[in-house]
Design a protein around this ligand. Sequence first.
Ligand SMILES: [Zn+2]
Length: 118
Amino acid sequence: MHEASVALSLIGVAETVALENGGGRVLALTVRIGQWSAVVPTALMAAFPACAEGTLLEGARLNIELVPGVGLCPQHGRVELELKRGLRCPLCDAPTPTLLQGDELELDGLELDGLELQ
Ligand SMILES: [Zn+2]
């Protein structure tokens, strides 16, 4: 399952950061997920607890921050894209092939035992 491998790689990154900061337990992590990334947040939420078992993240809270898709329209500049319309400006339907944001999958913050990292 795709989301399980995503969860495992996020856990790997978070563990590395935790180890660099004393190796304490991770209480919570915040992940930014673009609406246009291939990751389904609910599936990630579901996969996370089992993947975190036996790691520094066991029992950690997973917060997901959804990032909307933003494209660049030649006429309207930055526009928020609608998934159902594809890479087109919602105002004038011009193609907006460049995704300025919305495909991210990144660790945004970690809450370690006694320490908060952004
Ligand atoms: Zn437009």
